[in-house]
Ligand binder design. Sequence first.
Ligand code: HSE
Length: 406
Amino acid sequence: MNVAILGFGVVGSGVAEVITKNSDSILKNSDVSLSLKKILDIRDFADSPFASLMTKNFEDIVNDDDIDIVVETMGGVNPAFDFAMRCLNKGKHVVSSNKELVATKGFELLEAARKNNVNFLFEASVGGGIPIIRPISRCLAGNRISEIAGILNGTSNFILTKMIVEGMSFADALALAQQLGYAEKDPTADVEGLDAMRKICILASLAFGSHVYPEGVYCEGISKITLSDVAYADSADCVIKLLARTRKLEDDKILVMVTPCLISKDSMLAGVNDVFNACLVRGDATGDVLMYGKGAGKLATASAVVGDVIDCAANDEKRKFFGWEAAKENCLASHLEADTALYIRAEKTDKALIDSTFGEVKYLSYDGCDEKEIAFVTGTAKEADLMGKLETAGIKVLSLIRVADY
Ligand code: HSE
């Protein structure tokens, strides 16, 4: 089957490489023969081995009836959405690695795929090379999924790992992540949690069956985490990880949030380091399942894209049952209603005030910690109540991180 690629950046060029280099093993493994026919990019690639396939005109692709499958690796919503829609409406399968596109326009694209009896697949949009979307929608389909918690951004995990293991500053670690090609063009999306938020919205939509849009999802990044927070966490046998979490509550509302969390060093997620991602899925039949691997990078992400391309080719005549319904109104629960414990680093204040405010807390310290500060972990309570107590007591918070117990 003939394939076109929209966007010849890191992922798009990786897809071209994998389809070409592994054509024999793809045929052997899947009985599918893939041929790369055109590549769209506005830039020139005269020295590329794929130079003869390049076009700057999308019309060359959408109007080419010989192209069966279109891979969208452009990133961003526009013009990716318009291009993907036009390809679906022309009866072409579309495979995307674009989490922003799927998180914001996934339902519309799935509907267009359904109407045109083609596939819209996006395994690479969450967790890079890790199989996550297909395992949740297929292998775990016999479960009621109650909760998903993931380390879903490789760049922020790489930065936190460098801070924790090497005591590197946030700025130096970010520069290194950019140099290694892990970060988005604008790394704000990585370090402020937006990238992870889009990914957890996709997983929440898939697991709970209706579109969960990023708007209204509570999101904090890692840019305010200090080496002092890292050291206090270590003193409590914890590490700090950026967790993207979703949970179905008893009233059917869905809690979705992205925040740094203290997790025990014994947690399955604590050992997920560097650019690696992991996704923990809690099913009523299977219990906890952890999927782990490279969450970013050229060939790892291309691996997931090519898996989808093969799936499209193998299901050319029959659309796969896959996706979710339209969003439900007011489906999101507030993070303030959820129970949590909090790690708090504050300007030094009387322990008596802290004890009378929170009851029993665990005080933290490490060699060389700042004597003008105090750090402690509260017991578990509704977040709104803990925040209210902090404000009433007038405690001057320098850092506040939720404690999670996966
Ligand atoms: N910038 C993303 C990350 C790439 O660091 O995880 C993969 O989505």
